[in-house]
Design a protein around this ligand. Sequence first.
Ligand code: NAD
Length: 475
Amino acid sequence: MQIDHLINGKPVAGRDYFQTVNPATQEVLAEVASGGEADVHAAVAAAKEAFPKWAGLPAPERAKLIRKLGDLIARNVPEIAQTETNDCGQVIAQTGKQLVPRAADNFYYFAEMCTRVDGHTYPTPTHLNYTLFHPVGVCALISPWNVPFMTATWKVAPCLAFGNTAVLKMSELSPLTAARLGELALEAGIPAGVLNLVHGYGKEAGEPLVAHPDVRAISFTGSTATGNRIVKSAGLKKFSMELGGKSPFVIFDDADLDRALDAAIFMIFSNNGERCTAGSRILVQQSIYADFAAKFAERAKRITVGDPLDEKTIVGPMISQAHLAKVRSYIELGPKEGATLLCGGLGAPELPDRVKKGNYVLPTVFADVDNRMKIAQDEIFGPVACLIPFKDEADAIRLANDIAYGLSSYVWTENIGKAHRVAAAVEAGMCFVNSQNVRDLRQPFGGTKASGTGREGGTWSYEVFCEPKNIAVSL
Ligand code: NAD
């Protein structure tokens, strides 16, 4: 299969092609156009030309097309989910039941929302002030390889719904489902040039895109290192930076331990542990630490590692051999830093024949982790849990915040006052109390500190995709 760029509604051949590989089997899935400056220029020019007409459509007409795109995704869930699973190794139980259906919901949600954009009024005795929310113009949308389809749609849906046009660049490791999104957008009747795709590597395709003078806003999801680079090189533009995380999952001794255990397992091992909001630092109160650690490791040992196309598989392959090597290097480091390996480690999981060559790692649990160890401070982005004991509420808050990141956080306690105090004190963009990460599309999604800046979701998406204007009329 060959995947080309999509520019102004037409497939555009690459000057060069790279291969995308199934991480479970190492089979080459497609030859993908490798974009550069010229492709970026053409895509931005197409988006710029399409902008006035698209922005000028009444919102209900844009909404109709956006909703239709949602319908086309909903109708094609099994096919898209299978492509996604093959391209990035996320297990089919997640892609088929959660992530691809959620992508359709993103379009339904923002189709509805764009018809309700309203302004504010600030009347004074001498002036009437009111605000308008204009679309921004051409937006650069850049996505990572983990949950790529859902992330792409989380950007494309509000971007287009609010009247902007887009150039989308997916990760070079997982470009296939977004290529399908481009086809479905045209099938839905979204005009040529409104959504353009340039494939390729960060340096060749990403850099010229974010630096392009006609790009007015950047919605980026990816690593903190890349986010920092983009902020420095892009110049004055609107930004939303959704970056890395190492989120604390705090369990007090008065928590509902069975539910906390289920949620803790889910938040570190689902999506192969390749999840920005993973609860990867599990802080457990000393009085229940030993018991919790034993139960947690027992559950982790029973996790099914295997073929991501098998509905029963919980942990599939890591995205690439390079990423596998990175995750393994942290598993090797843990005992050297003094952590106790409770399960997993560097051994090979038992695998069905079809996926024997895949990039697999065993779900791994480290106990007796000190929060200053590298395994606790660095984003491993794999199925590796760190169990860290704490003494009391103040100690839990101190450890939760002793980290560069601030994306998500989780607090488990039956004490309502303590829950609210810790939720308020933790330095993170999001805090889930007695819950795993459950999303409502209205809530502000995003992080603080090294996890980024800006929020997306609901009216928070105005921040990057709308330009507010105040109009003051003298009375
Ligand atoms: P990455 O930063 O390596 O790449 C992300 C995207 O940026 C890719 O499309 C890449 O090609 C592109 N890119 C690379 N260099 C660029 C440059 N100089 N200019 C423009 N674009 C460039 O990240 P990754 O390894 O693909 O993704 C994993 C990271 O993403 C993790 O850190 C994870 O936590 C983070 N993430 C964050 C969220 C969130 O919402 N906060 C969600 C998912 C993933």
